[in-house]
Ligand binder design. Structure first.
Ligand SMILES: [Zn+2]
Length: 319
Protein backbone atom coordinates (compact mmCIF):
# COMPACT_ATOMS: atom_id res chain seq x y z
CA UNK A 1 0.00 0.00 0.00
CA UNK A 2 1.23 3.46 -0.83
CA UNK A 3 2.24 5.46 2.17
CA UNK A 4 0.39 8.71 2.41
CA UNK A 5 -0.18 11.48 4.86
CA UNK A 6 -3.37 11.88 6.87
CA UNK A 7 -6.01 14.00 5.18
CA UNK A 8 -4.01 17.01 4.10
CA UNK A 9 -7.03 19.28 4.16
CA UNK A 10 -8.15 18.00 7.54
CA UNK A 11 -11.24 16.10 8.53
CA UNK A 12 -14.20 18.43 8.94
CA UNK A 13 -16.98 15.97 8.18
CA UNK A 14 -17.00 12.86 10.37
CA UNK A 15 -18.88 9.61 10.32
CA UNK A 16 -22.07 9.67 12.39
CA UNK A 17 -23.64 6.96 14.50
CA UNK A 18 -25.91 4.98 12.17
CA UNK A 19 -26.71 2.13 14.57
CA UNK A 20 -30.32 3.31 14.81
CA UNK A 21 -30.74 2.36 11.14
CA UNK A 22 -29.33 -1.16 11.45
CA UNK A 23 -32.60 -3.02 11.97
CA UNK A 24 -34.33 -1.44 8.98
CA UNK A 25 -37.45 -3.24 7.77
CA UNK A 26 -36.28 -5.30 4.81
CA UNK A 27 -34.59 -8.19 6.58
CA UNK A 28 -31.26 -6.83 5.41
CA UNK A 29 -29.28 -4.81 7.95
CA UNK A 30 -29.04 -1.08 7.29
CA UNK A 31 -31.65 -1.09 4.53
CA UNK A 32 -35.06 0.50 5.00
CA UNK A 33 -37.86 0.64 2.45
CA UNK A 34 -40.71 3.13 2.73
CA UNK A 35 -43.76 2.14 0.69
CA UNK A 36 -46.18 4.96 -0.16
CA UNK A 37 -48.91 2.48 -1.04
CA UNK A 38 -49.39 4.44 -4.26
CA UNK A 39 -48.22 3.23 -7.67
CA UNK A 40 -44.86 4.57 -8.73
CA UNK A 41 -41.20 3.71 -9.16
CA UNK A 42 -39.05 2.04 -6.54
CA UNK A 43 -36.24 4.50 -5.85
CA UNK A 44 -33.05 3.87 -3.93
CA UNK A 45 -30.60 6.26 -2.34
CA UNK A 46 -27.44 4.41 -1.48
CA UNK A 47 -24.74 5.68 0.88
CA UNK A 48 -21.25 4.57 1.93
CA UNK A 49 -20.51 2.34 -1.02
CA UNK A 50 -17.03 3.44 0.03
CA UNK A 51 -16.66 3.42 3.80
CA UNK A 52 -14.86 6.75 4.17
CA UNK A 53 -17.27 8.64 1.90
CA UNK A 54 -19.36 9.71 4.83
CA UNK A 55 -21.49 12.44 3.22
CA UNK A 56 -24.07 9.89 2.10
CA UNK A 57 -24.63 8.79 5.69
CA UNK A 58 -25.33 12.42 6.59
CA UNK A 59 -27.85 12.65 3.74
CA UNK A 60 -29.68 9.51 4.83
CA UNK A 61 -29.75 10.70 8.44
CA UNK A 62 -31.34 13.93 7.20
CA UNK A 63 -34.04 11.95 5.38
CA UNK A 64 -34.62 9.65 8.37
CA UNK A 65 -34.74 12.48 10.90
CA UNK A 66 -37.33 14.28 8.81
CA UNK A 67 -39.17 10.98 8.41
CA UNK A 68 -39.32 11.64 4.71
CA UNK A 69 -41.73 9.28 2.95
CA UNK A 70 -42.20 8.92 -0.79
CA UNK A 71 -45.40 10.42 -2.11
CA UNK A 72 -45.65 7.62 -4.66
CA UNK A 73 -43.87 4.33 -5.25
CA UNK A 74 -41.25 3.14 -2.79
CA UNK A 75 -38.08 4.64 -1.42
CA UNK A 76 -35.24 2.47 -0.17
CA UNK A 77 -32.48 4.02 1.93
CA UNK A 78 -29.37 1.92 2.26
CA UNK A 79 -25.99 2.09 3.91
CA UNK A 80 -23.84 -0.21 1.81
CA UNK A 81 -20.36 -0.91 3.15
CA UNK A 82 -21.08 -0.43 6.84
CA UNK A 83 -18.16 -2.62 7.97
CA UNK A 84 -15.75 -0.29 6.21
CA UNK A 85 -17.60 2.81 7.43
CA UNK A 86 -17.33 1.63 11.02
CA UNK A 87 -13.59 1.10 10.73
CA UNK A 88 -13.01 4.86 10.30
CA UNK A 89 -10.13 6.41 12.22
CA UNK A 90 -9.35 10.10 11.94
CA UNK A 91 -5.60 9.46 11.91
CA UNK A 92 -5.94 7.33 8.77
CA UNK A 93 -9.15 8.48 7.14
CA UNK A 94 -8.45 6.98 3.72
CA UNK A 95 -7.96 3.47 5.12
CA UNK A 96 -11.66 2.87 5.67
CA UNK A 97 -12.61 2.91 1.98
CA UNK A 98 -13.15 -0.86 2.15
CA UNK A 99 -12.30 -3.88 4.28
CA UNK A 100 -11.12 -6.58 1.84
CA UNK A 101 -11.76 -5.11 -1.58
CA UNK A 102 -13.62 -2.32 -3.34
CA UNK A 103 -17.38 -2.87 -2.85
CA UNK A 104 -17.91 -0.95 -6.08
CA UNK A 105 -16.11 -3.54 -8.23
CA UNK A 106 -18.01 -6.69 -7.27
CA UNK A 107 -21.37 -6.13 -8.97
CA UNK A 108 -20.77 -8.54 -11.86
CA UNK A 109 -23.14 -11.50 -11.94
CA UNK A 110 -20.10 -13.82 -12.17
CA UNK A 111 -18.66 -12.44 -8.94
CA UNK A 112 -21.97 -12.38 -7.09
CA UNK A 113 -22.85 -15.92 -8.20
CA UNK A 114 -19.30 -17.25 -7.98
CA UNK A 115 -17.33 -18.95 -5.21
CA UNK A 116 -15.16 -16.03 -4.15
CA UNK A 117 -15.62 -14.67 -0.62
CA UNK A 118 -14.83 -11.32 0.92
CA UNK A 119 -16.46 -8.92 3.33
CA UNK A 120 -17.64 -6.80 0.41
CA UNK A 121 -18.93 -9.69 -1.70
CA UNK A 122 -20.91 -10.97 1.30
CA UNK A 123 -22.49 -7.56 1.76
CA UNK A 124 -23.28 -7.27 -1.95
CA UNK A 125 -24.89 -10.72 -1.90
CA UNK A 126 -27.00 -9.69 1.09
CA UNK A 127 -28.09 -6.46 -0.61
CA UNK A 128 -28.72 -7.99 -4.01
CA UNK A 129 -32.34 -9.13 -3.50
CA UNK A 130 -33.21 -5.55 -2.56
CA UNK A 131 -31.22 -4.00 -5.38
CA UNK A 132 -32.93 -6.38 -7.83
CA UNK A 133 -36.23 -4.63 -7.05
CA UNK A 134 -34.96 -1.09 -7.64
CA UNK A 135 -36.07 0.94 -10.62
CA UNK A 136 -33.82 3.98 -10.19
CA UNK A 137 -30.83 4.54 -7.94
CA UNK A 138 -28.69 7.43 -6.75
CA UNK A 139 -25.35 6.26 -5.36
CA UNK A 140 -23.63 8.85 -3.15
CA UNK A 141 -19.85 9.21 -3.14
CA UNK A 142 -17.10 11.74 -2.54
CA UNK A 143 -13.50 12.13 -3.70
CA UNK A 144 -10.11 12.15 -2.01
CA UNK A 145 -9.08 15.68 -2.97
CA UNK A 146 -10.89 19.00 -2.87
CA UNK A 147 -12.64 19.22 -6.25
CA UNK A 148 -15.91 20.46 -7.62
CA UNK A 149 -18.79 18.00 -7.27
CA UNK A 150 -19.84 15.98 -10.31
CA UNK A 151 -22.27 13.37 -11.52
CA UNK A 152 -20.87 10.20 -13.05
CA UNK A 153 -23.49 9.23 -15.59
CA UNK A 154 -21.93 6.02 -16.87
CA UNK A 155 -21.84 4.84 -20.45
CA UNK A 156 -25.60 4.56 -21.09
CA UNK A 157 -27.91 7.24 -22.49
CA UNK A 158 -30.35 6.64 -19.63
CA UNK A 159 -27.65 7.51 -17.10
CA UNK A 160 -27.09 10.79 -18.93
CA UNK A 161 -30.82 11.45 -18.99
CA UNK A 162 -31.06 10.86 -15.24
CA UNK A 163 -28.11 13.19 -14.63
CA UNK A 164 -29.74 15.89 -16.74
CA UNK A 165 -33.00 15.44 -14.87
CA UNK A 166 -31.27 15.82 -11.50
CA UNK A 167 -30.02 19.09 -12.98
CA UNK A 168 -27.06 19.86 -10.72
CA UNK A 169 -24.08 19.88 -10.22
CA UNK A 170 -22.76 21.46 -13.36
CA UNK A 171 -20.28 18.78 -14.39
CA UNK A 172 -21.51 15.42 -15.66
CA UNK A 173 -18.82 12.92 -16.52
CA UNK A 174 -19.66 10.18 -19.00
CA UNK A 175 -17.36 7.46 -17.78
CA UNK A 176 -16.97 3.91 -19.03
CA UNK A 177 -17.63 0.91 -16.84
CA UNK A 178 -14.75 -0.09 -14.60
CA UNK A 179 -12.39 -2.66 -16.08
CA UNK A 180 -11.59 -4.08 -12.64
CA UNK A 181 -15.23 -5.00 -11.95
CA UNK A 182 -18.73 -3.55 -12.05
CA UNK A 183 -19.97 -0.71 -9.94
CA UNK A 184 -23.38 -1.03 -8.28
CA UNK A 185 -24.43 1.80 -10.62
CA UNK A 186 -23.77 -0.50 -13.57
CA UNK A 187 -25.44 -3.60 -12.10
CA UNK A 188 -27.97 -5.66 -14.09
CA UNK A 189 -31.08 -3.57 -14.84
CA UNK A 190 -29.22 -0.25 -14.56
CA UNK A 191 -26.90 -1.27 -17.38
CA UNK A 192 -29.48 -3.02 -19.55
CA UNK A 193 -30.56 -0.74 -22.42
CA UNK A 194 -33.74 -2.79 -22.85
CA UNK A 195 -34.97 -1.84 -19.37
CA UNK A 196 -36.12 1.54 -18.11
CA UNK A 197 -34.14 1.36 -14.87
CA UNK A 198 -31.45 3.97 -14.44
CA UNK A 199 -28.76 4.90 -11.98
CA UNK A 200 -26.16 7.55 -11.53
CA UNK A 201 -23.43 8.34 -9.09
CA UNK A 202 -22.76 11.69 -7.45
CA UNK A 203 -19.32 12.71 -6.23
CA UNK A 204 -20.01 15.37 -3.61
CA UNK A 205 -16.52 16.90 -3.58
CA UNK A 206 -13.89 16.20 -0.96
CA UNK A 207 -14.72 13.41 1.52
CA UNK A 208 -14.16 15.42 4.65
CA UNK A 209 -15.56 18.87 3.91
CA UNK A 210 -18.90 19.68 5.57
CA UNK A 211 -20.15 20.95 2.23
CA UNK A 212 -20.17 17.36 0.92
CA UNK A 213 -23.08 16.52 3.22
CA UNK A 214 -25.06 19.51 1.89
CA UNK A 215 -24.42 18.43 -1.70
CA UNK A 216 -25.45 14.86 -0.87
CA UNK A 217 -28.73 16.11 0.63
CA UNK A 218 -29.40 18.47 -2.25
CA UNK A 219 -28.74 15.81 -4.87
CA UNK A 220 -30.99 13.35 -3.03
CA UNK A 221 -33.84 15.88 -2.98
CA UNK A 222 -33.35 16.60 -6.68
CA UNK A 223 -33.38 12.86 -7.45
CA UNK A 224 -36.69 12.44 -5.60
CA UNK A 225 -38.10 15.55 -7.26
CA UNK A 226 -37.38 14.19 -10.71
CA UNK A 227 -39.51 11.13 -9.98
CA UNK A 228 -42.26 13.22 -8.43
CA UNK A 229 -41.87 11.19 -5.25
CA UNK A 230 -41.44 14.00 -2.71
CA UNK A 231 -43.85 16.34 -0.98
CA UNK A 232 -43.56 19.74 -2.73
CA UNK A 233 -43.84 21.56 0.60
CA UNK A 234 -40.88 19.61 2.01
CA UNK A 235 -38.95 20.34 -1.15
CA UNK A 236 -39.76 24.05 -1.00
CA UNK A 237 -38.50 24.17 2.57
CA UNK A 238 -35.28 22.20 2.09
CA UNK A 239 -34.16 22.58 -1.52
CA UNK A 240 -32.65 26.03 -1.22
CA UNK A 241 -31.67 26.40 -4.85
CA UNK A 242 -34.29 24.66 -6.99
CA UNK A 243 -33.13 25.87 -10.42
CA UNK A 244 -31.27 23.46 -12.64
CA UNK A 245 -27.85 24.64 -13.75
CA UNK A 246 -26.41 24.70 -17.24
CA UNK A 247 -24.66 21.34 -17.20
CA UNK A 248 -21.50 20.39 -19.06
CA UNK A 249 -21.40 16.77 -20.24
CA UNK A 250 -17.86 15.47 -20.57
CA UNK A 251 -16.93 12.18 -22.17
CA UNK A 252 -13.78 10.64 -20.72
CA UNK A 253 -11.33 9.80 -23.49
CA UNK A 254 -8.78 8.19 -21.23
CA UNK A 255 -6.28 8.61 -18.41
CA UNK A 256 -2.75 9.89 -18.45
CA UNK A 257 -0.90 7.19 -16.57
CA UNK A 258 2.27 8.21 -14.75
CA UNK A 259 5.31 6.27 -15.93
CA UNK A 260 8.13 7.65 -13.77
CA UNK A 261 8.80 8.95 -10.26
CA UNK A 262 9.24 12.45 -11.68
CA UNK A 263 5.84 13.51 -12.94
CA UNK A 264 5.05 17.19 -12.52
CA UNK A 265 2.15 19.25 -13.80
CA UNK A 266 3.12 22.37 -15.68
CA UNK A 267 0.56 24.31 -13.65
CA UNK A 268 -1.93 23.63 -10.88
CA UNK A 269 -5.16 22.03 -12.02
CA UNK A 270 -8.11 21.99 -9.65
CA UNK A 271 -10.38 19.98 -11.92
CA UNK A 272 -12.62 20.74 -14.90
CA UNK A 273 -10.35 23.33 -16.47
CA UNK A 274 -10.89 23.41 -20.23
CA UNK A 275 -7.59 23.64 -22.10
CA UNK A 276 -8.56 25.30 -25.39
CA UNK A 277 -5.76 24.30 -27.75
CA UNK A 278 -4.64 20.87 -28.79
CA UNK A 279 -0.95 20.34 -28.05
CA UNK A 280 -0.84 22.54 -24.93
CA UNK A 281 1.86 21.47 -22.50
CA UNK A 282 0.28 20.28 -19.25
CA UNK A 283 3.16 18.49 -17.56
CA UNK A 284 6.32 16.44 -17.71
CA UNK A 285 6.77 12.76 -16.92
CA UNK A 286 10.51 12.93 -16.20
CA UNK A 287 11.89 14.26 -19.51
CA UNK A 288 8.80 13.45 -21.57
CA UNK A 289 6.51 16.41 -22.25
CA UNK A 290 2.79 15.73 -21.86
CA UNK A 291 0.44 17.64 -24.17
CA UNK A 292 -3.32 17.79 -24.59
CA UNK A 293 -4.41 15.57 -27.50
CA UNK A 294 -7.34 17.67 -28.74
CA UNK A 295 -8.96 21.10 -28.53
CA UNK A 296 -11.10 21.98 -25.51
CA UNK A 297 -9.63 19.20 -23.45
CA UNK A 298 -11.18 18.93 -19.96
CA UNK A 299 -8.99 18.03 -17.01
CA UNK A 300 -10.88 15.55 -14.83
CA UNK A 301 -9.78 14.61 -11.31
CA UNK A 302 -6.14 15.71 -11.48
CA UNK A 303 -3.97 13.99 -8.86
CA UNK A 304 -2.35 16.21 -6.29
CA UNK A 305 0.53 13.85 -5.56
CA UNK A 306 1.28 12.20 -8.89
CA UNK A 307 2.69 8.73 -8.20
CA UNK A 308 4.22 6.31 -10.66
CA UNK A 309 1.65 3.85 -12.00
CA UNK A 310 -1.28 6.02 -10.95
CA UNK A 311 -3.45 8.30 -13.06
CA UNK A 312 -2.20 11.88 -13.30
CA UNK A 313 -5.44 13.14 -14.80
CA UNK A 314 -8.28 11.87 -16.94
CA UNK A 315 -8.96 13.78 -20.12
CA UNK A 316 -12.38 14.47 -21.49
CA UNK A 317 -14.25 15.98 -24.42
CA UNK A 318 -17.24 18.26 -24.05
CA UNK A 319 -20.22 16.67 -25.76
ZN1 LIG B 1 -16.61 6.40 -3.92
Amino acid sequence: MTERAPASDGVHLFPIDISAYKAGNTGVDYITTHDSGVAGPHLMINAVTHGNEVCGAHALRFLFEHDLRPTRGKLTLSFANVAAYESFEEAAPYESRFVDEDFNRVWNEETLDGPRQSQEISRARAMRPVVDQIDHMLDIHSVELPQPPMLLAGPKAKGRALSAAIGKPRHVVIDAGHAAGKRIRDYAQFDDPARDSSACLVECGYHFFEEAADIAIETSLRFLRHFDAIDPAFLAEHLKDPENVDQMFIEVSGPITIETDNFVFDRTFEGFEVVPEKGTLIGHDDDKAVHTPYDNCVMIMPARDPLKGKTAVRLGRIV
